[in-house]
Design a protein around this ligand. Structure first.
Ligand code: GLU
Length: 415
């Protein structure tokens, strides 16, 4: 079996949309590649006095609709192709929720779990110094992603402002509240996902108060997805997992307690009153809503036929391989595709940029109302396209997003 390449998968998805939209070949070729890629080497002094050199990337896919936007991942298995795919998905994500931003992504090859806070701070500041020439509120605005967090964003924002010699808080989003962050940014991805799931449940006649959910991944998106599902809608969370394994209790887990257990012990496994389950088994549970909220490529041609959930809410980026999509569609599974389902994070990042630019701070309620409105409109636009064109939800999301980006490229006279 050839190795999964997320960028090849992302390009295959664009090609399919370009075909259905009858895009001309030059436009298709333009959209299937990033417009700019920067590779950096970051020498960082470690606590033991040694120096380690970390490779990093910043990839800008397309800025036809506005400044590039996208998170930064710290991961030992990061590759340029993963960052390219994620940058491209950011372009579609911003377009599908109709916010005036383009797509980008950054990554550093490192193992943040094995680094001290001081080492992470020096790495984060070094990264910003290297990518400073291509970022800025009107150029490209980084944010948190896998294994990066608000504290890291604060260091990055600070380093950029020091280089500039003035405050320019809008250069980074996902900052802590005390330094220009927005209310509602921490749980924005999960909150936005739930807006789309609520709409889908309504369409499919699923009573969320009686619904069961399983969540793969217990990072920012997964942990809040579980907690909000229980708190806002009264769903029964029956299984949760992380990189070390999973737990299941058919009578329902206390999601907040599970997340707290993970914070204390480093993992959800060994949570009291639950049996263990593997990540693979969790995906195949007979639940109403399945949340893949961890890595790419977990629902594949191999296991797609065994997925039993009614709704798959893709809180992760790229959890479903292209070959799995037709199988899920044939089985009548309602997939809320990643760049629609998890667009809440970047939507509140956009709100943070607006607040920073206008020296304002919105209330949490205002953020939630505006987020809900963006997500609900986007979900129904994609659903309506899927029904009209008789295609699956992912293809429909691509049709909406690629069309919007192509229109901006044309209007700006690039092609
Ligand atoms: N990393 C998040 C994502 O993949 C948020 C990006 C942002 O806020 O710019 O959507």
């Amino acid at each position: 079996m050839c190795e999964y390449n997320p960028f090849a998968a992302a390009q295959a998805q664009v090609d399919r949309a370009a075909g259905l939209l009858n895009l001309d070949p030059a436009m298709q070729e333009f959209l299937r590649w990033p417009t700019r890629e920067l590779q950096v080497r970051l020498p960082v002094q470690m606590d033991d006095g040694s120096v380690q050199v970390f490779p990093g990337f910043r990839v800008q896919h397309n800025n036809a609709r506005g400044p590039n936007k996208g998170g930064i991942r710290y991961h030992p298995a990061e590759t340029i192709d993963t960052v390219r795919a994620l940058a491209m998905w950011m372009t579609w994500k911003c377009a599908v929720v109709d916010i005036p931003l383009g797509g980008a992504k950054g990554g550093v090859i490192c193992n943040p779990k094995a680094m001290s806070s001081g080492e992470l701070e020096r790495l984060s500041r070094a990264y910003i110094r290297e990518i400073a020439p291509i970022i800025g509120p009107a150029r490209d605005v980084p944010a948190p992603d896998m294994y990066t967090n608000p504290q890291i964003m604060a260091w990055m924002m600070d380093e950029y402002c020091k280089l500039l010699g003035r405050s320019d808080f809008g250069v980074i989003t996902g900052k802590p509240l005390a330094v220009g962050g927005s209310w509602g940014r921490d749980d924005a991805t999960a909150w936005g996902s739930w807006c789309t799931v609520r709409e889908a449940a309504h369409e499919l006649d699923i009573d969320l108060g009686k619904a069961t959910i399983a969540v793969q991944g217990c990072g920012n998106a997964g942990s809040y997805a579980a907690i909000l599902g229980q708190q806002l809608f009264g769903c029964k969370v029956i299984a949760v997992s992380d990189t070390s394994g999973g737990i299941i209790n058919e009578t329902g887990l206390d999601a907040a307690a599970v997340v707290q257990h993970k914070a204390q012990t480093g993992s959800v496994v060994e949570f009291p009153d639950a049996d263990s389950i593997t990540n693979g088994e969790l995906l195949e549970l007979d639940v109403d809503i399945l949340w893949p909220a961890a890595l790419e490529n977990v629902i594949t041609a191999d296991n797609a036929a065994r997925i039993k959930a009614k709704i798959v809410a893709e809180a992760a980026n790229g959890p479903t391989a292209p070959e799995a999509d037709p199988i899920l569609y044939e089985h009548g599974i309602h997939v809320i595709p990643d760049f629609l389902c998890n667009a809440g994070g970047v939507t509140v990042s956009y709100f943070e940029m607006v607040q920073n630019a206008s020296c304002d701070q919105w209330s949490e309620q205002h953020v939630h109302e505006r987020l809900d409105q963006k997500m609900t409109v986007a979900y129904h636009c994609v659903l309506e396209t899927a029904r009209r064109q008789q295609v699956d939800m992912r293809t429909a999301a691509y049709l909406v997003a690629v069309q919007r980006v192509a229109e901006a490229v044309r209007l700006r006279g690039w092609l």
